[in-house]
Design a protein around this ligand. Structure first.
Ligand SMILES: [Zn+2]
Length: 367
């Protein structure tokens, strides 16, 4: 059986797309998904980037790969084992059924992205890497030093010593996961190869940054006390923007109601952590729920839960264009968003038991 890793999976489908609406209406597609034990409404969770009914582009292909990987069960972590193209034997496993279904739906895309342009001279002069750096890379000392220097400039706390080591690797994997929107740093290659996404970012004039979240600002306060206050600059901007909107649109007329309470983003260098399944790439954030007395830290099942303030928060958060998805288990508010026809209702998902005492917000990766 052929095995493909995530980047091969995305690369071979970069000029294709799958029409989710057409797929949902195709009985053969539905039957295959059913055989895979997959719910039709879960398809919408793949339509992340634009909510346009199309599965297209690296972000959504990555989500599809992760979904197939989840169906596979105990396969090796780095690869997905799939049937070769043109294989006619009937599917037997859940992942085979799902893979068959999706593969039959991909069509050439009329708006396929052009391959990335090679790094030009001016950009290369800013970041004059001469070879690969990272796990299994060439790791010339001058190159490792360059990478450490640049990662330090974008916000990581690294010694610039030319030694490839664990701290540099964590920072590099976190930075890669932030750029690609990958949830798990252990699935990152941890390697910069010439002209790849990380190389292009670090040689650009204004590389995406890794920042400390502010202690407070208009409409919000940061309540993190256990070292989860770092993340993407996109995350910091999103918090500032949706909190300012909440202050303007709700708090101004309702003084004394709770501020938005930022709890956890990521650790100093991101990466795997004991407190969260995700929160590794600086693009996940948790917000505590408002209480009627104007403090925060409630739960949708508690009598002190301030549902109106929560609705106002949710409206500001989900309307923000940097926000990709909100996991929140207050069914009444998700229903209200749908009934009112809010244009951001598609971003809300039931997060199960664990999301009854906070909003979990996913921020889109930097452009
Ligand atoms: Zn979370």
């Amino acid at each position: 059986m052929p095995r493909i890793n995530r980047s091969e999976f995305i690369e071979t489908r970069r000029s294709q797309r799958l029409d989710l609406t057409a797929a949902k209406n195709d009985p053969a597609f539905r039957a295959k998904l059913e055989a895979a034990g997959f719910k039709l409404e879960d398809l919408d969770k793949l339509d992340l980037a634009e909510h346009d009914g199309l599965l297209e582009g690296p972000r959504e292909l990555r989500a599809l790969y992760d979904l197939l990987k989840g169906l596979e069960g105990g396969g090796p972590a780095e690869v997905l084992t799939v049937k070769p193209r043109g294989w006619t034997a009937p599917a037997t496993t859940r992942v085979d059924h799902a893979f068959d279904a999706f593969e039959s739906g991909f069509q050439p895309s009329p708006r396929a992205p052009a391959p990335a342009a090679p790094i030009d001279g001016a950009a290369r002069a800013r970041f004059p890497l001469t070879g690969s750096v990272g796990a299994g890379g060439q790791n010339r000392s001058a190159d490792v030093r360059l990478v450490q220097q640049r990662l330090k400039e974008v916000g990581f706390d690294l010694a610039v010593d030319g030694q490839w080591g664990r701290k540099t690797e964590t920072a590099l994997k976190t930075y890669g996961a932030m750029l690609r929107g990958g949830d798990y740093t252990k699935e990152e290659p941890g390697l910069i190869a010439p002209n790849d996404l990380v190389d292009r970012a670090l040689s650009s004039e204004a590389p995406p940054r890794w920042e400390k979240m502010p202690a407070s600002g208009p409409g919000f306060v940061n309540h993190d006390t256990d070292g989860f206050s770092h993340g993407s600059a996109e995350t910091r901007l999103a918090v500032e923007e949706f909190s300012a909107a909440y202050a303007r649109d709700y708090l101004a007329a309702n003084p004394g109601r709770a501020l938005i309470s930022l709890n956890d983003v990521s650790e100093r260098h991101g990466g795997d952590n004991r407190d969260h399944d995700t929160h590794e790439n600086g693009l996940d954030l948790d917000l505590r729920l408002p209480r009627k007395d104007g403090t925060s830290g409630s739960d949708v099942r508690r009598t002190d839960y301030d549902r109106e303030a929560a609705w106002a928060m949710l409206s500001s958060i989900a309307a923000n264009p940097r926000v990709e998805r909100v996991l929140f288990s207050d069914a009444a508010l998700r229903e209200r968003a749908k009934t009112e026809g809010q244009p951001w209702a598609f971003k809300l998902f039931d997060g199960g038991e664990v999301h009854k005492n906070h909003f979990h917000v996913d921020i889109k990766p930097p452009k």
